[in-house]
Design a protein around this ligand. Structure first.
Ligand code: DGL
Length: 284
């Protein structure tokens, strides 16, 4: 009995202290706080992995920015995450994905994992045949979304709805005020009037408006997002660098923002995550 226990402990000790690679975090970025919805899904799927998040709050929102600007920011944020040891980078931003993901994949050798609006499952679920996609203007006008509609929605009516103002509300942490509900009602009106019974959240910020969107749309409308799907993809793509046989550990979570007032971002992120977090300033 004692011999077996001693053997188990020496094997675990050997594995922990020998040739195991240094533990590396998963890097995640977004224009702001919205990508935390993806961060939370990854945390849930991979509770032992260290996570490193950067919000480009100083430059949010990306939705109306030029492609050149978004590409330059996506490259700079990815370089920042890699310089902090990231073993994979998750683009937790639909807008940056449709504009910059191909360039990131050409430029960097680590896995670059991105998300796309859940148009395929939405069409499969819809009974009315009308699906609404809520996203930024850059996303709804992108060739990637046109391709998704062509590939998966030939027999459905997909209504693409840009939602100016949503990202700004979430950046302020205002996800449930009367003004936010009014704005949600305004953007949802054309979709609901056309009989959409399934709504796709095609922007990671909008996940934090889910309760408001559901309230306006009513209980018969299904609201879908992509965060769990991207978390599953991250779990498939990454190699764990946690030592085999190591005891359970407290995974590290490091949050950065490019905002000049990280304290304000800490308050909003704490509200969205439902726990107190401290966000550090990064000059990029
Ligand atoms: N979270 C980003 C997205 O998924 C928001 C883009 C923006 O900053 O406008 O598209």
């Amino acid at each position: 009995m004692d011999i077996m226990r001693g053997l188990r402990e020496s094997v675990a000790g050997f594995l922990m202290h020998s040739s195991q690679p240094k533990h590396q975090p998963i890097g995640i970025f977004d224009s702001g706080v919205g990508g935390l919805s993806v961060y939370q899904a990854i945390r849930h799927a991979l509770p032992d992995e260290d996570l490193l998040y950067i919000a480009d709050s100083h430059n949010a929102p990306y939705g109306e920015r030029s492609s050149e600007f978004i590409i330059a920011r996506a490259i700079a944020l990815t370089e920042f995450l890699i310089s902090h040891g990231a073993k994979a980078v998750v683009v937790a931003c639909n807008t940056a994905t449709v504009i910059a993901v191909d360039i990131l994949r050409q430029r960097f050798s680590i896995p670059i994992i991105a998300l796309e609006p859940a148009i395929k499952p939405a069409v499969a679920h819809s009974q009315s045949g009308t699906v609404g996609v809520l996203a930024t203007r850059r996303t709804v006008e992108s060739p990637s979304v046109a391709r998704l509609c062509r590939d998966y929605a030939a027999d459905a009516r997909v209504m693409l709805q840009p939602c100016p103002g949503f990202v700004e509300r979430v950046e302020l942490g205002d996800i449930d005020s009367p003004a936010t509900l009014d704005l949600v009602a305004q953007h949802l009106a054309p979709l609901l009037q056309s009989g959409a019974d399934t709504l796709v959240l095609g922007c990671t910020h909008y996940v934090y408006l889910r309760a408001a969107i559901q309230q306006v749309a009513g209980g018969n409308v299904l609201v879908l997002d992509s965060s769990e799907a991207v978390a599953r993809q991250v779990a498939r793509r990454i190699c764990t660098t946690l030592p085999l046989g190591a005891p359970p550990r407290q995974a590290r979570e490091t949050l950065f923002t490019t905002a000049l007032s990280p304290h304000q971002v800490s308050t909003v992120m704490s509200r969205l995550l439902g726990k107190d977090v401290r966000v550090e300033f990064a000059e990029i």
